[in-house]
Design a protein around this ligand. Structure first.
Ligand SMILES: [Zn+2]
Length: 52
């Protein structure tokens, strides 16, 4: 895949190439936003449970 391919894919998805690269770096499951009280198993980011 070269830059032209990436640009084409990003265009199809309605994203700029920069957006595409950023989203690819995020966890594809929770997008770096694990549900409260859970930990992202991809990056280990823990989201504290919301205070009652
Ligand atoms: Zn995740």
């Amino acid at each position: 895949m070269d830059v032209d391919d990436l640009t084409a894919i990003a265009h199809v998805l309605g994203l700029t190439p920069a957006d595409f690269l950023r989203s690819a770096a995020e966890c594809q499951v929770c997008r770096d936003q694990a549900p409260p009280g859970f930990q992202c198993l991809t990056y280990g980011t823990f989201t504290p449970a919301a205070a009652p």
